[in-house]
Ligand binder design. Structure first.
Ligand code: PLP
Length: 456
């Protein structure tokens, strides 16, 4: 008998050998970014997914208005990906990539870098967006050191940024609840102001006209610390998780000019905007602004197998390639970097994007989607609507004393009426899979409108 059991705790270790059924009461799984108590009291459980629809455990169809979690860009249950995964897992389940290799991640890195405008030639694999962000920050620091500029250690993020949940990511991120509980974050971090203003940008279509000057704040940060101490600036080209905030016209270009002038690296966190979300390969192509490093995840495998990556310019990579040739150039990596099954899923996903022209399809649907998002301008309690590519947001006024509750109720009600929407605070975000058609947008808007109108 284990000591935990003897002490009267959960009979740890005995479950593995018991022939009694293990109770499945939803309690054991501590759910991420979820109101656990409310969810477990009235769960929303899916058991299947095909195309644009989930099937619930009680057999209802629910339209996927958020591509899972901004990731299922090619739609659900795609046979090509399923077959590639099945084949790979049977052929070779795992091979390490520390000192060994197998062909698929090399091929996938070549495919991804080739879809981008040059000069992106290299890709480091991770398993998630959070890992991609922390990897990119480490590459930035190590790059400067490799170039003999080891004093460049300061990192600059932005208010209302979301860069995952690693300690690096929350340090440069700008969402208060991701930061306020964790005293030990990276020091040496500053934040640019966020770019959203209801006063100047309400109901903007695409990029707002007001706000490019906010990039100039970087000059103040440089004046305070001196450029010789600053390693990198990281931003989402379009902030996603804090409610779809498209960058003001000219803002990203200005950020690029200022960073380049001072030898500071620019990192685009494209975990959401990568792989067609804006109707182009990546946001770098959409905005015609070239950062030094690009993070990605989500759409890399269309959400099927966890995988992320950091895409680097030739210049960054080359800076590491010195010293004895038997020596490791960058002390970093994950057991599952370039996992064969994930890489197989990634390659099949790239095939689908290409064969079905899914990025172009997203671009073609974007104007219709824009009208749909802005049809909420006159809806009850709506204070702002925003969109770019296939990202859209409807911001609701918070209820007095209960911020976030109105949107939470909207999410729950939409689920019962047949649509899955994503919420953040009091903002509803739409990001349908890139295979969506006008009729799906109509259905999503119809259900959401009915729900919003019904809420007090
Ligand atoms: C811009 C951005 N960066 C990083 C992340 C973190 O990704 P993950 O949840 O895969 O760690 C996200 C997730 O939504 C994201 O939107």
């Amino acid at each position: 008998m284990s000591s935990a059991h003897a002490a009267g705790a959960h009979p740890a270790g005995e479950g593995a050998y018991t022939d009694q059924p293990i109770p499945n009461n939803l309690e054991a799984f501590w759910m991420p970014f979820t109101a656990n108590r409310d969810f477990k009291a009235r769960p929303r459980l899916f058991s299947g997914a095909k195309g644009l629809y989930y099937t619930t455990v009680d057999g209802r169809q629910v339209l996927d208005g958020s591509a899972g979690l901004w990731c299922v860009n090619a739609g659900h249950g795609r046979e090509k990906i399923v077959e590639a995964v099945q084949k790979q897992v049977a052929e070779m389940d795992f091979a390490p990539t520390f000192n060994w290799g197998h062909p698929k991640p090399f091929e996938l890195a070549s495919r991804v870098t080739a879809m981008l405008p040059q000069p992106y030639e290299h890709m480091f694999f991770t398993n998630s967006g959070s890992e991609s962000v922390d990897t990119a920050l480490k590459i930035a620091l190590a790059y400067h050191r490799a170039k003999g500029e080891g004093t460049r250690t300061r990192l600059i993020g932005r208010e209302r940024g979301y860069h995952g949940v690693g300690f690096g990511g929350i340090s440069v991120g700008g969402m208060v609840k991701n930061r306020m509980f964790f005293g030990s974050m990276l020091g040496n971090v500053d934040h640019l102001p966020h770019t959203h203003s209801l006063e100047h940008q309400r109901h903007s279509r695409g990029q707002p006209e007001w706000g490019a000057h906010l990039a100039d704040e970087l000059e103040n940060i440089v004046a305070l610390h001196d450029a010789s101490n600053i390693a990198a600036v990281i931003v989402e080209p379009v902030a996603g998780s804090t409610g779809v905030l498209p960058p003001p016209i000219g803002y990203l270009k200005r950020l690029r000019e200022i960073t380049a002038k001072h030898g500071i690296l620019l990192i685009f966190d494209e975990v959401i905007t990568g792989f067609g979300r804006l109707g182009t390969s990546f946001a770098t192509e959409y905005f015609d602004v070239k950062p030094d490093l690009i993070t990605c995840a989500k759409g890399l495998t269309s959400g099927v197998i966890p995988m992320g990556g950091v895409i680097a310019t030739k210049e960054i990579y080359d800076a590491f390639m010195h010293g004895p040739d038997y020596a490791i150039e960058f002390f970093h990596g994950y057991t599952y970097s370039g996992h064969p099954v994930a890489a197989a899923a990634g390659l099949a996903t790239m095939d689908l994007y290409q064969e079905e022209g899914l990025f172009q399809r997203a671009a073609d649907l974007a104007p219709y989607f824009e009208e749909a998002v802005h049809s909420f301008e006159d809806a009850k309690n709506v204070i702002d609507t925003r969109n770019i590519g296939l990202m859209g947001a409807i911001e609701l006024a918070p209820r007095e004393g209960a911020p976030g509750k109105r949107a939470y109720e909207a999410m729950v009600k939409c689920f019962h009426k047949g649509a899955m929407i994503r919420i953040t605070g009091d903002t509803i975000a739409f990001s349908p899979p890139l295979i969506a058609e006008k009729k799906h947008i109509d259905e999503l808007v119809g259900i959401t409108r009915e729900v919003i109108d019904s809420l007090d």
